[in-house]
Design a protein around this ligand. Structure first.
Ligand code: F6R
Length: 233
């Protein structure tokens, strides 16, 4: 795991943008993408670059990491809505997949999502944020490192953390830790002192109690974080 320290949120976003643009320009790309506060500026930078004609996403396929159970794509709190508004509707991504939190049969939806990832050839580049309790995607502490896409009951910590977006459902569909670890390259973004504890835990013992700690075992994982997020290092 390599750590790149940057000055602040803007430089974290710029650095991630640069890596993504390089990958997109080099070859067809299957990406896993997060939502939340962390990647907001990154998405707007990528959209700007596209609007200026500097990048073409027509050979890019995206898979979102997660979606709340029970929220329709029209619901502003859904990750469908988030992704469409911030990124997908502005660019020419060839195909975008987001778990269907409204599916009648959630188990089947999870299995289908895994199959779609397999069918597309697996994830080349996964962009991740990190939760205050060390979660990645919505894999909460205690999730098996072998897990594949599954339905999760969100922890009280995560519900509290995300309550800034309004009242959220307490279940979600998430790619599993095993799913994420199959990505060929992983970039985890973190900015601000509220991420410092999670980053410290992540670099400690590798344990299922700290989901992000598994990334220490990945052969190509980079953390791009600012000084505040790295203040315990
Ligand atoms: C969201 C996701 C989560 C977030 C994490 C950090 O799709 O997978 O793991 O990345 O909760 O959220 P923010 O960026 O809002 O601090």
């Amino acid at each position: 795991m390599r750590i790149t320290e940057v000055a602040n949120y803007t430089s974290m976003s710029e650095k991630a943008e640069k890596i993504i643009l390089r990958e997109v320009r080099e070859r067809p790309l299957i990406m896993a993408l997060p939502t939340g506060s962390t990647p907001e500026m990154l998405y707007s930078m990528l959209v700007e670059e596209y609007k200026r004609g500097k990048v073409n996403f027509s050979e890019v396929v995206t898979f979102n990491l997660d979606e709340y159970v029970g929220l329709s794509p029209a619901n502003p709190n859904s990750y469908h809505y988030y992704m469409n508004e911030r990124f997908l509707k502005h660019v020419n991504v060839s195909e975008s997949y987001i778990p269907d939190g409204m599916a009648q049969d959630l188990e089947k939806e999870c299995a289908d999502y895994e199959n779609k990832i397999k069918r597309e050839g697996g994830i080349d580049l996964a962009i991740l944020g990190i939760g205050g309790n060390g979660h990645i995607a919505f894999n909460e502490p205690g999730t098996s490192f072998e897990s594949r896409t599954h339905v999760v009951k969100l922890s009280a910590d995560t519900l509290k953390e995300n309550s800034r977006f309004g009242e959220m459902p307490n279940r979600a569909i998430t790619m599993g830790i095993g799913t994420l670890m199959c990505a060929r390259k992983i970039i985890l973004l973190a900015s601000g002192k509220k991420k410092a504890r999670a980053l410290k835990m992540m670099m400690g013992a590798i344990t299922e109690e700290v989901p992000a700690s598994v990334l220490q075992k990945h052969s190509d994982c980079k953390i791009i974080a600012d000084g505040e997020a790295l203040r315990f290092f």
